[in-house]
Design a protein around this ligand. Sequence first.
Ligand code: GA4
Length: 334
Amino acid sequence: PARQETATMLLPPPSAGGGAIPTVDMSAPRGRGALSRQVARACAEQGFFRAVNHGVPPAGPPARLDAATSAFFALAAHDKQRAGPPNPLGYGCRSIGFNGDVGELEYLLLHANPAAVAHRASSIDTNDPSRFSSVVNEYVEAVKQLACDILDLLGEGLGLEDPRLFSKLITETDSDSLLRINHYPTKAGSGGNPAAGGRIGFGEHSDPQLLSLLRANDVDGLQVLLPDINGKDTWIQVPADSSAYFINVGDLLQALTNGRLVSVRHRVIASTCRPRLSTIYFAAPPLHARISALPEMVTAGSPPRYRSFTWAEYKTAMYSLRLSHSRLDLFHVD
Ligand code: GA4
């Protein structure tokens, strides 16, 4: 812990964010064409946006999932450990991945595939495993729908020959999508003083998959690395909005679009005052899916940047590296 405090003090302060974060009204007030261009632009310029009026009713699947996961995190440590260790799925506390990364959080990492969820849920809610898995499954159905909408808008906005190509990858029955629920507890003894905050909840990284959809309670903490007006990368504090979904471009979309879309680097600095609860759906293709730049994204002026790989191959690389590694660089053609 002492080492972490020192590292924290070296972090440059984030800029207060609102304005820099693109907001997309998914109800398409200016029509579908304008919406698809707006989504494609945000994903190309920031790799990140806030989706509002997204059509997922907050009192439905999200509220039921939050209740179930909060009840799980409130259990005694030894009861939670029954759903761990994360290998890589399951319950984890402080350690992230296999290579020594730590964070000030505990989490559940679940496969989004219904069969795999049911299997896992038996150790998560021993009283009523079928209820826990149905709550997860209905949430996944709702966010997967939103993910498909966004991916189709992206396909249209980028002018792809098959605009549904991205969404088809995640609706395959053997898609490798995940659901992660992160609980950042408060630091006992800090006296609720925000100035004593600044612990690294989840270190800097990009998401490896296609697209991530994050929803969190009203506790701040998420920061994204975005270019400022001079093009210099700056950490931007993302103001909490529990009614919105925050959308991240992942490494695979960057590779498929030959770098037109950018996978955004982000991190969480844990608050000391109130616990943060976030739920992230990572939309991924099947393991055997081959990822290479789409023909539309390759021109004489922009030749293929990355060599072709399968999602399985990419995952092997990602699990052998640290959280902050820019793993797409391994596939870069010079
Ligand atoms: C980052 C994004 C997702 O949370 C995650 C993480 C995964 C894990 O926790 O098992 C990884 C990390 C994430 C990338 C590098 C490796 C694997 C931890 C880690 C050090 C679930 C994912 O898919 O990649």
